[in-house]
Design a protein around this ligand. Structure first.
Ligand SMILES: *Cc1c(COP(=O)(O)O)cnc(C)c1O
Length: 399
């Protein structure tokens, strides 16, 4: 483990990173990770497709050796995400959001205790379940927006996983309070920031140890890659995650990472446009006769509104609704849409939706007729007209 390539703390190439930190997030998303400027230099980083590097002697501390360990096409994306999250060290990109989560959740020792949200990304909960089965990890599920309940679960915990807003119920966690309490209890805090993006919420600024993203979603933003990234609070934590990546081999392809950086350039435009659309749609859905319940933290009547207003700089673009009909009529309603795409996943420029309980693995505390909407950047009137015509069928069918 002699060279810093192996321990993952090698500084990346760009001196640009230095300046980027002084700029606003929208600028960071555009300017971070650019190649050094000189006459005739490319504006975008090149994609390097090479599994190995010429090595004529003892490798230097920052020398690239082999692409499973490190490759330069990852660096601009790792630098840009770290700048946005306010991380002092570059991010660590992974082949998927789950690989990124696995690198931190695996740090819970055998027989240790992991506190997780009751409602969270299904596969994250599946990973926790696997830690329980194969490593005797005690998994405690909490309602992440019930702060006293989380605090009482932290006693003796090794790690707290926070997802906020949660999938698919849109509960909002009181990040500063939970993170401080977890640290007092000696637990490591991991925040899955996929739904909020670093533009709306920066968990490291509240003291989180790790921020994890499914970059598949908003960071890349075009539903064309599967990727993950971890941002750590310091070199030591980064080294653990980097070492996990090297040992487990869950690496990202250079071309996918380049595409994700290309998508990241417009993060601010996309998050703002989708968030503005979501606010309009949530307000209208709350008034719709065929909608019994809306969850969106940007609505003043939403249980998450106060916490989100205090800890986030926007409310995101995911909405959960329960129409007045049952699961079957909701499925028919979804099939009557022509613009919204019925599909899993979220965070793309196109609007998608799904009834979550169509998956048998979804938590039984998620209502059967709940639809999760991922609002895109289309014209809001087209999105509304399509939703409205499909929702109206719920009455005409049951009448
Ligand atoms: C999609 C998702 C993940 C998993 O990411 P993959 O890229 O699909 O592996 C984790 N957390 C959240 C909140 C997600 O939405």
């Amino acid at each position: 483990m002699g060279s810093s390539n192996h321990d993952g703390v090698a500084p990346h190439h760009g001196d640009a990173t230095h300046d980027v930190r002084h700029w606003h997030p929208a600028t960071q998303a555009v300017a971070a990770g650019r190649p050094p400027r000189h006459q005739g230099a490319p504006v975008n980083p090149p994609i390097v497709l090479s599994s190995t590097y010429v090595s004529t002697g003892t490798p230097g501390p920052n020398e690239l050796l082999y692409t499973r360990i490190d490759t330069e096409t990852w660096h601009p994306f790792e630098e840009a995400v770290a700048a946005l999250e306010g991380a002092p060290v570059p991010g660590v990109v992974f082949g998927s959001g789950m690989a990124a989560l696995a690198s931190v959740l695996s740090q819970v020792p055998d027989g240790g205790t992991l506190v997780v949200p009751r409602h969270a990304y299904q596969v994250s909960l599946g990973f926790a379940e696997d830690l329980h089965k194969r490593h005797g990890v005690q998994v405690i599920k909490v309602d992440i927006d019930d702060t006293p309940a989380v605090l009482s679960a932290l006693n003796g915990a090794h790690m707290l996983l926070i997802e906020s807003p949660t999938n698919p119920m849109l509960e909002v966690a009181d990040l500063p309070t939970l993170i401080a309490a977890a640290h007092q209890a000696g637990a490591t805090v991991v925040v899955d920031n996929t739904f909020a993006t670093p533009l709306l919420q920066q968990p490291l600024s509240h003291g989180a140890d790790y921020v994890v993203h499914s970059a598949t979603k908003y960071l890349a933003g075009h539903s064309d890659v599967v990727l993950g990234v971890v941002c750590a609070a310091d070199h030591q934590r980064r080294a653990l995650v980097h070492n996990y990546r090297t040992l487990h081999g869950a690496i990202a392809g250079p071309q996918e990472v380049w595409l994700a950086l290309r998508g990241l350039r417009t993060l601010s435009l996309r998050v703002n446009a989708a968030g503005a659309n979501a606010m309009v749609l949530a307000q209208r859905l709350a008034e719709h006769p065929q909608v019994a319940q809306v969850r969106y933290p940007g609505l003043p009547q939403d249980p998450g509104f106060a916490t989100a207003s205090a800890t986030m700089s926007g409310y995101g673009a995911i909405i959960a609704i329960q129409p007045t009909g049952d699961a079957h009529s909701v499925d028919r309603m979804i099939n009557a849409l022509t613009l919204w795409t019925p599909a899993t996943s979220l965070g793309g420029v196109e609007s998608t939706l799904e009834r979550r309980r169509r998956f048998t693995t979804e938590s039984l505390t998620v209502p059967e007729n709940l639809i999760r909407l991922s609002v895109g950047i289309e014209d809001v009137e087209d999105l509304w007209a399509d939703l409205d015509q499909a929702l109206r069928r719920i009455t005409s069918e049951s009448a």
